[in-house]
Design a protein around this ligand. Structure first.
Ligand code: HEM
Length: 246
């Protein structure tokens, strides 16, 4: 019994210490800006990135992302790659900055057929859309979690919907790579402890509240989510998609 109590205390202390390193979640204020990326928005809501979402230095993005177990290679590729693919940037001394709102630029990283955002053609390409989210969550498996097959199904469905309704639909190699990369990122990042399956209450926190799901029992992966892991799972999603009935 003593050992059980001692173990529970150590576990509670570890969990509290983990969460205590992350500043308190706050919803954004009226002049704060946010992006189409639920993870970066959640980081700003926790104060891991500037809460106003503005003028964020490349070095700030990279150190914030690596502090929560995103690999240095992946964080650097995303941040340094952003201006290269057309995200507007601003100079600050010797480094560049971009605000979370700069990430709304359609055709840079932002693309059609997003999981939970409308296509730019319909006006707002960055705000969370609850109807799309419900459709996303409906792909859960029998255990109530989203897995590789869920991601394959929703990626195929969103592309079909975008093609059917958006006359400007564009989903070439770049868009497909990014979209599959995003689906892979969340599987790796929030599903690592459950064999690449994400409990839906984690997703509610991340997508609906734009909050890291500490209260739901999640802790950042102990081994960083790097480019190799993201590419491997991206391929698994594409392969599963190719096997879906047409
Ligand atoms: C500096 C790093 C990052 C940048 C610049 C970035 C940027 C973006 C942008 C512009 C989008 C919108 C794409 C669209 O049109 O749907 C997006 C979506 C997304 N991002 Fe990020 N992101 C970053 C890091 C991450 C990380 C680390 C994760 C997960 C652990 C993540 C998860 C996602 C997901 C799941 C989506 C898809 C949302 C949806 O389709 O509804 N991102 N990201």
């Amino acid at each position: 019994m003593f050992y059980q109590i001692a173990f529970a205390l150590v576990l509670a202390a570890t969990t509290t210490a983990q969460a205590a390193t992350v500043p308190q979640w706050q919803k954004p204020g009226p002049t704060d800006v946010r992006s189409p990326c639920p993870l970066l928005n959640a980081m700003a809501n926790h104060g891991l990135l500037p809460r106003d979402g503005k003028n964020i230095k490349a070095t700030q993005y990279i150190s914030a992302l690596t502090s929560i177990s995103i690999g240095l290679d992946l964080a650097s590729a995303l941040v340094v790659g952003s201006p290269a693919v057309g995200v507007p940037t601003h100079l600050s001394g010797l480094t560049f900055t971009f605000g979370l709102d700069d990430l709304r630029t359609h055709g840079a990283i932002e693309h059609d057929a997003s999981l939970t955002r409308n296509d730019a053609y319909f006006g707002d390409n960055y705000s969370f859309n609850h109807t799309l989210y419900d459709q996303f969550i409906s792909t859960q498996n029998a255990a109530g979690r989203l897995d590789v097959n869920s991601m394959a199904k929703i990626r195929a469905l969103r592309l079909k919907q975008s093609k059917a309704t958006n006359p400007d639909n564009k989903f070439g190699f770049k868009e497909s790579t990014l979209a599959h990369g995003e689906a892979s990122l969340i599987l790796n990042y929030f599903g690592y402890a459950n064999g690449l399956e994400i409990p839906t209450n984690y997703l509610d926190a991340v997508f609906v509240d734009e909050r890291l799901p500490y209260n739901e029992g999640w802790v950042p992966p102990t081994s960083s989510v790097n480019l190799l892991k993201v590419s491997a799972v991206s391929k698994q999603i594409s392969d599963a998609e190719a096997k879906l009935p047409q």
